[in-house]
Design a protein around this ligand. Structure first.
Ligand code: BYC
Length: 498
């Protein structure tokens, strides 16, 4: 028997709070008064069984019956919005939760700046808005599909639980976008909602929309890199969509950002703990040279240069998710007031950008050139720059761990143009240091910058499950604190039932 979350208690806690009332009596938990709109409720309740079928087919493989210590959102008050308890994933209460409405909110950017935020879809921007919501929605199930086989090789129950937590919350983020499509886009919206369950990550004839979401997540290192670097694209894009003049989208994204923070934490600490295990093992073996690859690998840990290669891949693939640096789509979305910039309201300019410019790095006649481009067309470039800055915090913290161990190695972000397939640099070969290379030079050297087959084989050889409570695989250090302050040997996943 699984110990289910005491939702009654949670709902009472939330109801005592004037902030919000989340209805957990409905089939679909929500704080959007779903039961008052029977047609919408029926449409969503019609989609729900298809979602559950998708989850059972494409969600975590082999663990659908396990009891997992998960947090469930039970409110949207930042000071206490989640409840923890063991639950079987297919029974997770995926709900529709919007951040509270800000009375008098106005459109923060673009040509409608200062007008009241839209509560209904602005007709002239309908298809652009739908496209943004569909693209956002498509990434959520895609990541669950990408990660579905990782449970079997989890380096600990703690990590396995974190994987499943991330997965169920990506599922909830899909619900958030499906709610918007079904409520505001009529028949097209319902069709899009169905199509979100039909595309498949990596499938040739019906792939997910964006490139990175069709890549494989074959091992746990990829998972941690993905949650640090690719979920951070999620953070940036959600922050930009949280500025939307379409208020329901803004409110959905604001609450999604609350959940996203844990995903980034999983990535940062996952990589951090991997680095820690490597540094500790090197120290114990008296190895100070980070490039003594064979000797380090024999210790059952991942050498730092291989970690850098893996990070290079994830950083470059994720940078492609920002779209072309110079983009008329992005200009249209900003001018329409559908999508803002990162920290839009904190930026000191006119928020309309009709006369502003932005410096964009380009390659012209085989040379890097920084060009002033109309700022509206450079919206993606600016978000990418903000993303690159945002990535650096965790990298600095990893480097501190290495420095403290007395090992001469530093992680670096590769040059913005390295290994790009979308945008300004899609047609050129660029080294991590930023040298433009011929095809031959790239062909000869890229194995030094991106994992080759031998590296992948080595990483795979370490991916052995470690499923005793409180035990960790050799290549990763234990976390400093348990989830929700649970003790070291806490059974985060009870798999004997599965
Ligand atoms: N792969 O003008 P362009 C997350 C397409 S992650 C394939 O260059 P635009 C999460 C583009 O769709 C955040 N195709 O770019 C993280 C367009 O096609 P159409 C997800 C690409 O439109 C971890 C054409 O190329 N959210 O939440 O300005 C786990 C020309 O487009 C790619 C969003 O992205 C690519 N990489 O910007 C779980 C926010 N890049 O429409 C979740 C919503 C571009 O002509 N989306 N294309 O057929 C957007 O804001 C924009 O769609 C993009 C693209 C930023 C993605």
């Amino acid at each position: 028997m699984s110990e289910t979350i005491d939702l009654v208690e949670a709902v009472e806690a939330v109801q005592n709070d004037a902030f919000v009332a989340v209805n957990y009596d409905d089939l679909i938990p929500n704080n959007v008064d779903l039961s008052s709109d029977k047609q919408l409720q029926r449409a969503l309740e019609g989609w729900q069984p298809n979602y559950i079928d998708w989850w059972k087919d494409m969600g975590p493989d082999g663990f659908q019956n396990a009891d997992v210590y998960l947090r469930t959102a039970v409110g949207v008050d930042p000071s206490g919005w989640a409840k923890f308890g063991h639950v079987k994933m297919p029974e997770y209460r995926w709900g529709i939760l919007l951040a509270p409405k800000e009375e008098g909110r106005t459109i923060p950017c673009g040509r409608h700046k200062g007008e009241p935020a839209w509560q209904e879809v602005p007709g002239e921007y309908r298809s652009l808005l739908r496209r943004l919501i569909v693209v956002q929605g498509d990434t959520e199930p895609a990541s669950v599909e990408q990660q579905r086989f990782l449970g079997a090789t989890a380096p600990s129950l703690y990590d396995m639980r974190n994987l499943f937590q991330v997965n169920v919350e990506e599922g909830r983020h899909l619900w958030a976008m499906v709610y918007l499509l079904v409520k505001y886009f009529g028949r097209d919206g319902r069709e899009e909602a169905q199509a979100l369950l039909e595309r498949r990550s990596g499938q040739q004839d019906n792939p997910r929309i964006l490139g990175a979401f069709n890549e494989r997540t074959p091992d746990w290192l990829s998972f941690f890199m993905f949650t640090y670097f690719t979920d951070r694209d999620g953070k940036m894009q959600l922050a930009a969509l949280a500025q939307s003049g379409f208020d329901p989208l803004s409110r959905s994204c604001r609450f999604m950002l609350t959940e996203e923070a844990h995903h980034l934490f999983v990535g940062e600490t996952g990589i951090g703990r991997t680095i820690e295990a490597t540094c500790l093992a090197m120290k114990a073996a008296g190895i100070t040279d980070p490039y003594a690859k064979e000797a380090i690998r024999k210790l059952g840990v991942i050498d730092l240069p291989t970690l850098q290669k893996k990070a290079n891949f994830h950083m470059s693939v994720t940078r492609d998710l920002f779209g072309s640096e110079i983009s008329s789509n992005a200009a249209s979305a900003f001018s329409a007031g559908l999508k803002g910039r990162f920290n839009e309201t904190a930026i000191a300019d006119d928020h309309q950008l009709e006369h502003a410019s932005y410096a964009v790095l380009r390659v012209i006649d085989g040379q890097f050139v920084t060009e002033e481009v109309p700022a509206l067309r450079a919206i993606n470039s600016r978000l990418l720059d903000d993303y690159i800055t945002d990535c650096q915090g965790g990298i600095d913290r990893w480097n501190k761990v290495i420095e403290k161990s007395g090992i001469a190695f530093q992680f670096k972000q590769p040059h913005k143009a390295f290994n790009r397939k979308i945008g300004e640099f899609a047609e050129v070969n660029v080294s991590p240091a930023g040298e433009l290379l011929s095809d031959e030079a790239w062909g000869a050297q890229h194995g030094e910058w991106l994992c080759n087959d031998t590296d992948h084989d080595f990483i795979n050889s370490l991916m052995k499950p470690c499923m005793e409570p409180g035990q960790y695989a050799s290549w990763i250090a234990p976390p400093r604190v348990g989830i929700n302050n649970q003790p070291k040997d806490f059974e985060y996943v009870r798999i004997e039932h599965s």
